[in-house]
Design a protein around this ligand. Structure first.
Ligand code: NCD
Ligand code: ZN
Length: 357
């Protein structure tokens, strides 16, 4: 299918094959029940990150988490969670293969220990992970990477670049058949690195990294709800990411990194990293693609490139977006607290007109 763009006259609109979100945090319990319907309303499938507390590291734990997600899905909604397992220093190659071959998960997530929210059980010595990575290479199982150096001496704005140079480049050389997704890419240089290995390396790009730069975090004061990891970088990087997302290259695809946290955890003396995009993700991407005159490439980025990389069928059904301004809800109540929405209270120029399953 090629995406249909409305002729001139009325408001611009675009109809694309139903998209997938290749990077989501759904959490668990009450938060899961609250946020899941928003992602399920926009996406047919989503890759669910495993950074729960404790992290989901085994076939049994991931299967149980998947069941809880399906149980939390409102009746009549059609959404397929695609699961991942969390790599630790103790991950066994046999367990990794068992989960992939039983289709319990489709990929493994590598968090360098301490790199981000709930990453303290992550991998401390990536070289020691070689037996696991060799097995993944052998069975064609992708590795999803949070690519930031964890040395506290490294400037926070340089952590992605440092990781790429010191960890990812050697890892790609050691494991020449391993399929890798660099998650939530934030720099021009990382985008180029992905392009240089595009036969087996891809990257997800978030809406916020296409819309904000590091100055946005301090616009008129500290903006805790724009704080995520990897942190947004300089304007030149944002522009490079917009070129990567909208340029039609198959190695870049949609991954929102929607990461809900209670307001109290964000607006704190030490606020945590993560931006909640559930209700606005597609509208934000549509805005960016429209601004870049690339609406005809939205479908490849949102609905094709990721599925092809993972060897999965494309979705049936469509989503139609229209250039009709809609005000975004400020926040969602969750228990005694609430979750602030990206762009909450603002008017976004694009809205979702309809979904056909
Ligand atoms: C994510 C979270 O809250 O789980 N936070 C974030 O800033 N993106 C973790 C992650 O993807 O880094
Ligand atoms: Zn994430």
């Amino acid at each position: 299918m090629s995406s249909a763009i409305s002729p001139s006259g009325g408001p611009r609109s675009v109809t694309i094959r139903r998209p997938d979100d290749w990077h989501i945090h759904l959490r668990d319990g009450a938060m899961l029940r609250r946020v899941l319907p928003f992602t399920a309303a926009q996406f047919a499938r989503g890759i669910v990150m495993p950074n729960l507390v404790p992290p989901v590291t085994t076939v049994a734990a991931v299967a149980a988490y998947r069941r809880r997600i399906l149980d939390a899905l409102p009746a009549g909604m059609d959404f397929q969670p695609m699961m991942t397992c969390y790599l630790t220093d103790a991950t066994a190659p046999d367990e990794i293969a068992r989960g992939f071959e039983s289709r319990t998960w489709i990929a493994a997530k590598l968090y360098p220990a301490g790199a981000t929210t709930n990453a303290h059980h992550g991998v401390t010595d990536i070289a020691a992970l070689a037996p696991v990575l060799e097995r993944m290479e052998g069975i064609g199982m992708p590795l999803l990477i949070h690519g930031e150096a964890t040395d506290p001496e490294v400037d926070i704005f340089d952590r992605e670049e440092r990781f790429m140079d010191q960890v990812l480049v050697p890892l790609l050389a050691r494991h020449q058949g391993l399929k890798v997704v660099v998650e939530h890419v934030t720099t021009a240089e990382t985008a180029d690195l992905v392009r240089a290995h595009a036969s087996r390396v891809a990257a997800t790009i978030t809406p916020h990294h296409l819309m904000i730069n590091r100055t946005s975090l301090f616009q008129g004061g500290l903006r805790p709800h724009l704080y995520c990891l990897p942190v947004a970088k300089r304007e030149r990087h944002r522009l490079a990411l917009r070129r990567a997302a909208t340029g039609g290259e198959a190695c870049f695809f949609l991954g929102t990194d929607t990461a809900p946290h209670p307001r109290a955890a964000k607006q704190a003396a030490c606020g945590c990293a993560g931006i909640f995009l559930g209700p606005v993700a597609l509208q934000c991407y549509a805005q960016v693609f429209a601004e870049e005159n690339a609406l005809d490439r939205l479908e490849a980025f949102a609905s094709e490139n990721g599925a092809r990389f993972h060897g999965l069928a494309l979705n049936e059904g469509t989503v139609t977006l229209v250039e009709r301004p809609e005000r975004v809800i400020d926040s969602l109540p969750v228990g005694e607290d609430e979750v602030v929405v990206f762009r909450g209270g603002e008017e976004l120029p694009w809205s979702i007109e309809g979904v056909r399953q």
